[in-house]
Structure formats: C-alpha cells, structure tokens
Design a protein around this ligand. Structure first.
Ligand code: XMP
Length: 321
C-alpha cells in the first residue's frame, strides 16, 4: 500500500542502506524540496547529517529564522548558517542587468557553498550530498539531476576531485504534492511545507536597478506587509505567488501628513498558475488591495505609491527581471 507513511519508511530504509555509517551534507534553500529531503535523511541517520544554509542577504523577512529556528525545532538537525550577506552585496554593486545579477548570484552561491563543504570535509568524513531532486526534475533533464540551484551546480562538473560526493536523492520518485505530504508526515511546519515558489536569486531580481542594503530593507518591509495581509485574508492557497517589486530608480511625487514626498513605487504582482509556464493575474479583492496599499505607504517610509500589475504570462513573465 502506497501511503505517505510507507513512503517515509521505505525511503528511510533506503537511505540507511546507502549511507551506512557515513556522513552527509545537505544544502537548505528555504524551499520545500531541500527541507523535506533533509528531514528524511535526518530521520534516517540523525546527527551524521549536517545542513548548510547560505544567507545571501536576498531573503525575505523571517526566512532565515524559519530555517534556523522552525526547521531545526521540527527536525533537530545540525545546521551551519553561512552569513554571506556582505559578499553578495559587494559582488552586486553597480549591477543592473537582470541576467548579470543572476549570474553573479549563482556564481557566488556556488563558491560559498563549496567553501562550506570544504570546511565540513576538513572536520569529518562527509561523503554524501543530499539533494531535493523531484521526479519531474529527473524526467526533464533526461535522467540526471534537475534544474534548481544547488542541484545543478553539482552536476556541471568542475568540482575539485577531493570534493566528489555520492548523491542521495530521496525524493526522486515523488511529485510535489507527495513531497508536501511527506513533509507534513515528518512534522515540518506548514509555513515550510506550503511555501509558495520563490526564486533562487531572491529579492535581487525584484529590485529594478542596483541592489543595495537600503533598497533590500525597503523591499523586505513592503513584501512582509503584502504577505501578512494575503495570509490574513486566507488567500495563500488561491495564489501561486505574489512578487512585490521595488522600482528603485523611479520616483514619484506624493503627499503625506503636511508634506510633499518624493518616493518609490512598489508593484504587486499576484498571479494564478498551475506550473509557472503560463499565468493569469489574480483578481484580488479590492479591500485586501486597499489594506496592503495603506499599510505599505504608512509603514515603509521610502514607498509612496503601490501599483498593481494586471499582465498575464505571456506576454509578461511572473518576475519583473
Ligand atoms: P518567470 O518570471 O520566468 O518565472 O515567469 C517563472 C517561475 O520561476 C521563478 N523564477 C526563478 N526561480 N531562479 C529560480 O530559482 C531564477 O532565476 C528564477 N527566475 C524566475 C519565478 O519566481 C516563478 O515561480
């Protein structure tokens, strides 16, 4: 019988067979797949698993705490957080081109993660690397590992010989909905199991213009308000995701209190979708839009205008960059 509990038991047995009394490393992204893969391996081999979480400074409010506090509380996993915020800001200084940003963020991410791997290898005999590869990833890439961040990086070759790992991929027969059920079965928090998609380059591709610490703080605050109000309105399951985008090089005139303001707009980009290949803009209730707009313009000093993106995909992409 193919129940979630039996999937968990079967995978734990397989993981134990594969890893034996060895040690494993798992990179956490904050997303569902890596979290569930790590939780399964933790169940199987306990503290012989070490998770690595890279804080690139492009995360949303509360995301680091969600990994460091909530994920650790739910699993008891060993976690190493690498604070690489300054490094990413330095690397992104002066860069405005979207693809350039992606390349830089991807490159720095691999460097930081590999350094963390080297540090761990120096401490113990880590021979296994856990990845949250799902069945659709396996199929799409013709049998190899799939598309998302840490995974692909370890399959592009070019790793030093002494960094070779054997892959552990406990989700490779599962679809996303099964992965979520396994996550719940393992006691992971809803906030992790039902997290909406969030791009690897994070807020870095939601600031239109150069990425700076101040702009990140502004966008993070606006984004947190939008997410809070959408959650409070019970809309999380109705929308695929809702990027909040800071038009950092645009200013418009406003009036607030007794003064004229000259601030930045943020764009709300709520979309409905099945697979992100196509998307429709979500008809959010006006009262929810109003609450988000009022709160952002009251609470985020640099933002004096909130606008709504009513473009489908195609012709628009979901993200603005
Ligand atoms: P677009 O903007 O292409 O986005 O319509 C489709 C989906 O992919 C996410 N996305 C990314 N995810 N790295 C990622 O890991 C990226 O560079 C990236 N760009 C877009 C986006 O959030 C949406 O879910």
């Amino acid at each position: 019988e193919w129940t979630t509990a039996s999937i968990v038991d079967e995978q734990i047995t397989k993981i134990r067979e594969q890893i034996g009394d060895g040690r494993a490393i798992c990179g956490l992204s904050g997303g569902v797949d890596s979290a569930v893969a790590a939780a399964l391996v933790q169940r199987a081999i306990g503290d012989r698993l070490t998770c690595v979480f890279v804080d690139h400074g492009l995360l949303r409010a509360g995301e680091r705490a969600q990994v460091e506090r909530d994920f650790v509380a739910a699993t008891g996993v060993n976690l190493v957080t690498v604070d690489a915020r300054e490094r990413f800001l330095d690397a992104l200084a002066g860069v405005t081109d979207p693809e350039q940003k992606r390349k830089i963020i991807g490159r720095e991410f691999i460097r930081v993660f590999e350094q963390a791997e080297r540090d761990l290898k120096a401490e113990g005999d880590y021979r296994f690397l856990v990845q949250g590869t799902l069945y659709p990833d396996v199929v799409e890439s013709g049998g190899g590992a799939g598309a998302s961040n840490i995974k692909s990086h370890h399959n592009v070759g070019g790793l030093p010989e002494d960094l070779q790992f054997e892959l552990v991929e406990p989700l490779r027969l599962l679809f996303k909905d099964e992965v979520r059920r396994v996550g719940l079965e393992l006691g992971l928090p809803e906030t992790i199991v039902h997290r909406q998609p969030f791009p690897g380059p994070g807020l870095g591709i939601r600031i239109i213009g150069e990425v700076t610490a101040d702009r990140l703080a502004t966008l993070r605050a606006a984004d947190a308000i939008a997410r809070e109000e959408l959650t409070a309105a019970g809309l999380d399951r109705d929308i695929w995701q809702c990027p909040v985008v800071l038009l950092a090089d645009v200013r418009s005139v406003g009036v607030q209190g007794d003064g004229r303001t000259y601030g930045h707009p943020v764009v709300l980009r709520p979309v409905s979708s099945e697979d992100a290949m196509t998307a429709d803009w979500t008809r959010l209730p006006y009262d929810v839009l109003e609450r988000i707009s009022t709160r952002i313009t009251n609470e985020v000093a640099e933002v004096n205008r909130v606008v709504l993106d009513v473009t489908s995909k195609p012709p628009g992409t979901i993200e603005w960059e």
